[in-house]
Design a protein around this ligand. Structure first.
Ligand SMILES: NC(=O)c1ccc[n+]([C@@H]2O[C@H](COP(=O)([O-])OP(=O)(O)OC[C@H]3O[C@@H](n4cnc5c(N)ncnc54)[C@H](OP(=O)(O)O)[C@@H]3O)[C@@H](O)[C@H]2O)c1
Length: 245
């Protein structure tokens, strides 16, 4: 029996990197997982989904578009009737220091990172039975002041704030809301990063390496499942200790 057997899961931004690792792990734990991506080929993905009960369906949608999200909710409602677990993972991280920040940079970052969380959560709670779980993918950038990532950090701090408020608002329905906040994780986000920057970052991580997407998925699974039944409004950092010690 998987930790999410018979649970209907929606991963907003589940086509690559951390989001794909979460969707695949959840399907392997028995979930009926729906994962959105702008590039998705619609359909059911093959995979070693645990005891066979799990399934991974991909849905083409832009996480930053409230209209696309509304279409995704209509589709999940028709196919599965409910959402037990929502994960909002979509996010972009662009470099700009104060003095060089344009409106485009701000709008792109908040328009995806914050907008997707707000409208995904708002849509999902209509379909979420009592006892559901919402997991937002934040970042330790929301808690530390990384030069050049002020807007990104602020967008992730907004998610941390949303989680506190929504945990309070949804507690009467026993819906838990938590944040999983990665440190540097070796995904496509690091493709454009030079070896020198990567080495410099690694030196800042007590465990001495970048993290893996599956390590974030394991933490997200804890927050999504009944293993964390008394945890809400919390942030779980998966950062090799970078922002903790
Ligand atoms: N990697 C890290 O070191 C790290 C550290 C802390 C936090 N995070 C957070 O983890 C999450 C996933 O990042 P990742 O490292 O797995 O990177 P990734 O593979 O590049 O994934 C980025 C995700 O955001 C979506 N996305 C990107 N640009 C978009 C746009 N313009 N419009 C709509 N959707 C867009 C992608 O969806 P599509 O499939 O539609 O492209 C994808 O789901 C992000 O929220 C990120 O902030 C990552």
């Amino acid at each position: 029996m998987g930790k999410l057997t018979k649970k209907v899961v929606l991963v907003v931004g589940g086509g690559s990197g951390i989001g794909a690792a979460i969707a695949q792990r959840f399907a392997a734990e028995g979930a009926d997982a729906h994962a959105t991506s702008r590039a998705a080929m619609e359909g059911v993905s093959d995979g070693p989904w645990g005891d066979g009960a799990g399934r991974l369906r991909t849905v083409r949608a832009d996480a930053g578009s409230a209209a696309d999200l509304a279409r995704v909710f209509a589709r999940v409602r028709a196919e599965a009737g409910r959402i037990d677990v929502l994960v909002v993972n979509a996010g972009i991280s662009e470099h700009a220091t104060l003095g060089s920040i344009g409106e485009d940079h701000f709008d792109r970052t908040f328009g995806l990172n914050v907008r997707s969380a707000l409208f995904a959560a708002q849509g999902a709670i209509e379909l979420m039975p009592d006892g559901g779980s919402i997991v937002l993918v934040g970042s330790i950038a929301g808690a530390i002041g990384t030069k050049g990532y002020g807007v990104y950090g602020a967008s992730k701090a907004a998610l941390r704030s949303f989680a506190r408020t929504w945990a309070n608002e949804l507690a009467p329905r026993r819906i838990r809301v938590n944040v999983v906040s990665p440190g540097p994780i070796d995904t496509a986000m690091f493709d454009a990063v030079s070896d020198a920057v990567r080495d410099g970052l690694t030196k800042l991580i007590p465990l001495g390496r970048l993290g893996r997407a599956d390590e974030v998925a394991a933490a997200a699974l804890f927050l999504a499942s009944d293993d964390s039944s008394f945890t809400t409004g919390a942030e779980l950092c998966v950062d090799g200790g970078m922002a903790q010690v």
